[in-house]
Write a protein that binds this ligand. Structure first.
Ligand SMILES: Nc1ncnc2c1ncn2[C@@H]1O[C@H](COP(=O)(O)OP(=O)(O)OP(=O)(O)O)[C@@H](O)[C@H]1O
Length: 302
C-alpha cells in the first residue's frame, strides 16, 4: 500500500494556536531533591476556546497554569501565548504580559480580592496600574459588574458578599484589562455544588460574550463535563482529551456525545490505557499494522 506523502516542510507546531506548549519541562529543585513537575508536556489551545484541565493531585496542573500566566518560568521546552514567548521574555515584558494579556482567578476566594476595597475599587485597580483614564475605568467596571450579575455588589467589600459573588467579582477583576486568556485554578474548589454551577456559568458567559479564551483547572466532573474539550494531565504530560459535541436527532432531541482520545506526542508516542493493556495482555512488544484509515495494535503471539 502506498502511504500518503508528508508535506515537504512540516508546519511549525501549533502555528495557528493561541496557546502552545511544546515539550514543556519544569523541574523544581529543593536542596538535593529534584521534582519534575512537567515532563515534556504538549498542549495547543485555539483562540476563543474554553477548556478544562483535569488530573490527579500533583500531576502538574497548577505548575502549567502558573507558567502560562507568567507567574513561574519553565525550565525547558517552548511555551507561547499569542506573540509572547514565556521562556525568553524580559522582566519588563513579563509585567506587561501579566497586566494585559492574561487574567488569573485563584481557588481561595479571599486571595482574589482585598478585604478593605469594594468590588468596584478592586475591579478598577488593574486599570489604574494600566493607566486607563477614570471615565474608561468606571465604564468598564460597570460593564463587568453587569455581565457577571454582581451590579448590586459594586459598593460591597468581600466580607459583605457570598463565596459565589466573591468569585464572580474575581472574574471581573481578571477581565478588567481585556485579557486574551483567562486562567482559573480550581475556581469552584471552596464552593458548594449550586454555587459552583453559577461561577462556572459566569466563566462560560465571559468566554462567549467577550471572546476571551478560558483555561480552567478543576477536580469537579460537573465542570469538566460542560466544556467542549477536557485535557487530562498525568505525571506532567497530557495523556488524553475528551471532546464533546451536541447532536440534534431527527425528532429535535439534543444530546451530548463525548469521545475520549489518547494524545500522541510529537515523537509519535501514545500511551495505551492500563485496562486495554491488561485486557489483551499487551506487554513489552506489540505488532503495529497500517490499514487504509487506521492503525491496529496486536499482542506479541510469542
Ligand atoms: N514550589 C515547588 N517546589 C517544589 N516542588 C513543587 C513546587 N510546586 C509544585 N511542586 C511539585 O510539583 C508537582 C506538581 O505540582 P502541581 O501543584 O503543579 O500539581 P497539581 O496537579 O496542581 O496538584 P493539586 O491538584 O494537588 O493542586 C508535585 O509533585 C509538587 O509537589
Amino acid at each position: 500500500m502506498s502511504l500518503p506523502q508528508p508535506p515537504e516542510r512540516a508546519a511549525e507546531f501549533g502555528r495557528d494556536a493561541l496557546i502552545v506548549c511544546d515539550n514543556l519541562v519544569r523541574i523544581y529543585q529543593t536542596g538535593s531533591i529534584e521534582v519534575q513537575a512537567l515532563q515534556g508536556l504538549d498542549l495547543l489551545v485555539g483562540a476563543g476556546e474554553m477548556i478544562a484541565v483535569v488530573g490527579a493531585s500533583g500531576s502538574g496542573k497548577s505548575t502549567l497554569l502558573s507558567i502560562l500566566a507568567g507567574i513561574d518560568a519553565p525550565t525547558a521546552g517552548r511555551a507561547r501565548v499569542g506573540e509572547a514567548d514565556l521562556l525568553t521574555m524580559s522582566r519588563r515584558d513579563r509585567v506587561r504580559y501579566r497586566r494585559h494579556t492574561v487574567g488569573f482567578v485563584r481557588q481561595q476566594t479571599a486571595s482574589n480580592l482585598i478585604p478593605y476595597l469594594t468590588s468596584r475599587e478592586v475591579i478598577e485597580m488593574p486599570m489604574v496600574a494600566a493607566r486607563r483614564p477614570a471615565r474608561a475605568r468606571r465604564a468598564r467596571a460597570d460593564e463587568l459588574l453587569a455581565a457577571l450579575d454582581v451590579t448590586d455588589c459594586a459598593d460591597r467589600k468581600p466580607s459583605q458578599m457570598s463565596g459565589g459573588q466573591q468569585q464572580r467579582v474575581a472574574i471581573a477583576v481578571a477581565m478588567a484589562n481585556e485579557p486574551r486568556v483567562l486562567f482559573a485554578d480550581e475556581p469552584t474548589g471552596e464552593l458548594d455544588t449550586a454555587t459552583s454551577a453559577g461561577v462556572f456559568e459566569a466563566l462560560r458567559h465571559v468566554n462567549r460574550e467577550f471572546g476571551v479564551t478560558v483555561v480552567v483547572v478543576t477536580h469537579d466532573p460537573e465542570v469538566s463535563g460542560q466544556v467542549e474539550r477536557t485535557v487530562a494531565i498525568r505525571d506532567g504530560r497530557t495523556s488524553s482529551e475528551v471532546l464533546r459535541r451536541t447532536e440534534t436527532s431527527s425528532n429535535g432531541d439534543t444530546h451530548v456525545i463525548a469521545e475520549e482520545y489518547a494524545v500522541m506526542d510529537r515523537a509519535g508516542r501514545v500511551q495505551i490505557p492500563r485496562e486495554y493493556r491488561e485486557a489483551l495482555d499487551l506487554t513489552r512488544r506489540v505488532r503495529l499494522a497500517l490499514e487504509a484509515d487506521h492503525v491496529t495494535i496486536h499482542p506479541d503471539p510469542s
